[in-house]
Write a protein that binds this ligand. Structure first.
Ligand code: NAP
Length: 525
C-alpha cells in the first residue's frame, strides 16, 4: 500500500515504487511513501493563496475554535494512532501516549488560550509613540500574520506531537501549514492530516502533508514563508544555509539535537528523596521512547564521591527492565526506529566507550524479548561513566539518540559549570538539590546556554513535570548546538508567524488601526 500526499487540496500518490516504512520489531514492510513527481511549488502557492486567505478571514477566536475541533477529531482516533505508532515505531503504550496524547493536549491548550485573543485581525504592540511636538504625527508597532505558508520539516521521533506543537500556533496565527514528516515514521502524521481533512474542519489549503524526501521543498519557499525544522544539527545546517532561504531571507526556526544534562547537588546524601528522584528521572529519560527524545538526559553530572553509588542505583533499575517486543505486556522498552538509527547508536556508543567505562549494557549482540535481533532494531540500555570529563571530547559532543547516558564526575561548582557548558548549547538541564546557593550559582552559570532549566528540591518532590517533558506553556528550544530556535511558550509561539512593523502617521489613523488589533501584551500574560 502506498500512502497519498495531500497537496493543493487533493490526495495524490507520488510516482515510482517509493520508500518502504518498516516495523522495527519484525522488519516487515508496512506501507510505502513517495513525494516524487509532486508539484511542490504549486502546493506551496495553493496553501498561500487558498488556505492562507481563508484563514485570515477568521478572527483569532474563530481559529481557536477550529483547533478545538481538530483536538476532538484527534482524540477520537487515538486508538488508531497508537496502532500505527506500535507498528511503525515499535512504541510501548507509554511511548505512544507521550507522542499522541501530548499532541492532543498541546492542540487543546492552544485552542483554550487562543480564545483570549478574541476578535482581532492583528496584534498591536505597545502604545502610541509621539513623533512631533504638536502630536500630529506618531508611531505605532503592529504584528501582522504573515501571508506566507508555514513549512514544517520534522524529525522521526515525534510524528504526532511534532506536527501539532507547530501546527497549533501557526493555524491560530492564521498561517496555512505544509508538513513534511520524517520519512521513517511519516505514516502517523499522514493519518492525522487525513482525519483532519476528512472532518472538513479547516478551509481547503490550510493543511497539506508531503510524505517522502521532497528535497526540492526549500527551492520554493518565499519571503513571507516560515520554515520550522526539527532534526539533527547536521541537517539544520543545510536548511539554514540553503541558497533560496538565504536569498529571500526566509524566516527559519531550528530545533536541533542536544547533549542535555542532569545535575546532582554536592550536598545530596545517598538514599535521600533528591538522590532517588534523580535516579528515577535518569532511568525514565533513558528508556521512554527508547531514549529517542531531543530533551533526554545524555550527561548526568554527579559529585565525584557519589559516582559509584549513583551508578549502582541506576544499574539496579535498568537490570530489572524488560526490553523487547512491545506487544509483550511485560516489556517496558521497545526498539529504536530502524536499523540505521540502531547502527548510529552503536557507532556513537563505540566512540563514548573510548573515554568512558561501561557500567551497564553496551552489548552489541543484545537479545531482546520476543524479537529476532537480525530483523529488529534494538539497542540495549547503556550507562557509561566518565571520570575525567574536563578532558573528554565525545561525552560532550556525541548524541547517542537512543537509550544511553553517561555519568560524569565533577569536583566543585566551577568544574561542573565548565563541563555543562561544553555541550555548547542545550535544550534542558535539570538540577536536583536542596541548596539554594548552589542552585542559583548553577543557573547563573549555565542559564544562557539552555532553553530550559528545571530545579527539583524536596518541596517539589515528584510533582515536577519531567526533565524531558515539553510543556506548551513554557519555552522549548535552546541556543547554539540546540539550534537557536524558540517554540511554544504559550502565545509567544505566535510571534514566529507574525511580522512586526511600525506605522508612522496621524494618531487618529493609528488609533483606527489599533481598533482592528488585539493587544500583543496578551502574548506574555
Ligand atoms: P534528520 O535526519 O536531521 O531529519 C529531520 C528532517 O529533515 C526529516 O524530515 C528529513 O527528511 C529532513 N531532511 C533531511 N535532509 C534534508 C535536506 N537536505 N533538506 C531538507 N530536509 C531534509 O533528523 P531525524 O533523524 O529525523 O531526527 C533525529 C534528530 O532530531 C536528533 O538529533 C534529535 O536530537 C533531533 N530532535 C530535536 C528536537 C528538538 O525539538 N530540538 C526534537 C526531536 C528531535 P527524511 O526523513 O525524508 O530524510
Amino acid at each position: 500500500m502506498s500512502l497519498a500526499n495531500y497537496v493543493s487540496g487533493e490526495w495524490r500518490k507520488g510516482a515510482g515504487s517509493g520508500e518502504p516504512l518498516i516495523d522495527p520489531v519484525t522488519g516487515d514492510e508496512l506501507v510505502r511513501i513517495s513525494s516524487q513527481g509532486l508539484d511542490v511549488e504549486m502546493a506551496l502557492e495553493f496553501a498561500r493563496s487558498q488556505g492562507g486567505q481563508a484563514l485570515r478571514k477568521l478572527t483569532y477566536r474563530e481559529r481557536a475554535d477550529l483547533l478545538t475541533k481538530i483536538a476532538d477529531v484527534l482524540a477520537a482516533n487515538r486508538d488508531e494512532y497508537f496502532r500505527i505508532s506500535l507498528l511503525n515505531a515499535g512504541t510501548t503504550e507509554s511511548d505512544a501516549s507521550f507522542d499522541v496524547d501530548g499532541a492532543v493536549f498541546t492542540t487543546k491548550y492552544y485552542a483554550k488560550i487562543g480564545r483570549a485573543l478574541a476578535e482581532g485581525k492583528m496584534l498591536k504592540e505597545g502604545t502610541l509613540i509621539p513623533l512631533s511636538k504638536t502630536n500630529s504625527f506618531a508611531g505605532q508597532h503592529f504584528l501582522l500574520p504573515a501571508k506566507g505558508v508555514a513549512v514544517f520539516i520534522n524529525a522521526f521521533n515525534f510524528p504526532a506531537w511534532g506536527f501539532c506543537e507547530k501546527a497549533a500556533p501557526a493555524l491560530l496565527a492564521g498561517v496555512p501549514v505544509v508538513v513534511k514528516p520524517a520519512s521513517p515514521t511519516a505514516w502517523l502524521t499522514q493519518r492525522m492530516v487525513e482525519d483532519i481533512v476528512k472532518a472538513g474542519i479547516l478551509p481547503v489549503g490550510a493543511v497539506s502533508v508531503i510524505c517522502g524526501s521532497a528535497r526540492d521543498l526549500l527551492d520554493h519557499v518565499r519571503e513571507g514563508d516560515t520554515v520550522s525544522f526539527t532534526g539533527s544539527a547536521e541537517t539544520a545546517m543545510r536548511i539554514r544555509s540553503h541558497p533560496n532561504v538565504l536569498r529571500r531571507s526566509v524566516r527559519v526556526n531550528i530545533e536541533a539535537d542536544s547533549i542535555n544534562s542532569a545535575i546532582l547537588g554536592p550536598e545530596v546524601a545517598l538514599a535521600t528523596d533528591i538522590f532517588d528522584l534523580l535516579v528515577k528521572e535518569v532511568v525514565r529519560e533513558m528508556t521512554l521512547k527508547a531514549g529517542q527524545k531531543c530533551t533526554a538526559i545524555r550527561r548526568v553530572l554527579v559529585p565525584r564521591q557519589h559516582l559509584q553509588a549513583v551508578g549502582e542505583a541506576i544499574c539496579s533499575q535498568l537490570g530489572s527492565l524488560k526490553v523487547g517486543n512491545p506487544r509483550n505486556p511485560e516489556v517496558k522498552m521497545g526498539p529504536v526506529v530502524n536499523k540505521a538509527q540502531q547502527a548510529s547508536c552503536v557507532e556513537g556508543l563505540r566512540r563514548l566507550k573510548e573515554e568512558c567505562s561501561v557500567l551497564f549494557g553496551g552489548d552489541e549482540r543484545f537479545q531482546p524479548i520476543d524479537a529476532d535481533p537480525a530483523k529488529s532494531a534494538f539497542v540495549q540500555p547503556t550507562l557509561l561513566a566518565c571520570k575525567n570529563g574536563r578532558n573528554a571530547k565525545f561525552v560532550h559532543d556525541v548524541e547517542v539518540f537512543g537509550p544511553a547516558a553517561t555519568l560524569v564526575a565533577y569536583d566543585g561548582q566551577d568544574d561542573l559549570i565548565a563541563m555543562v557548558r561544553c555541550g555548547l548549547g542545550s535544550l534542558v538541564a535539570s538540577v536536583f538539590s536542596n541548596d539554594p546557593g548552589f542552585i542559583q550559582n548553577v543557573i547563573l552559570g549555565i542559564g544562557d546556554m539552555h532553553g530550559r532549566t528545571m530545579v527539583v528540591d524536596s518541596t517539589v518532590g515528584s510533582q515536577h513535570t519531567g526533565h524531558g517533558n515539553v510543556m506548551p506553556s513554557c519555552l522549548h528550544g535552546g541556543p547554539g548546538r540546540a539550534g537557536g530556535g524558540e517554540e511554544l511558550a504559550g502565545l509567544r509561539a505566535l510571534l514566529l508567524y507574525h511580522r512586526r512593523f511600525v506605522v508612522q502617521g496621524p494618531p487618529n489613523c493609528l488609533t483606527e488601526l489599533a481598533r482592528l488589533s488585539v493587544d500583543a501584551s496578551l502574548l506574555y500574560s
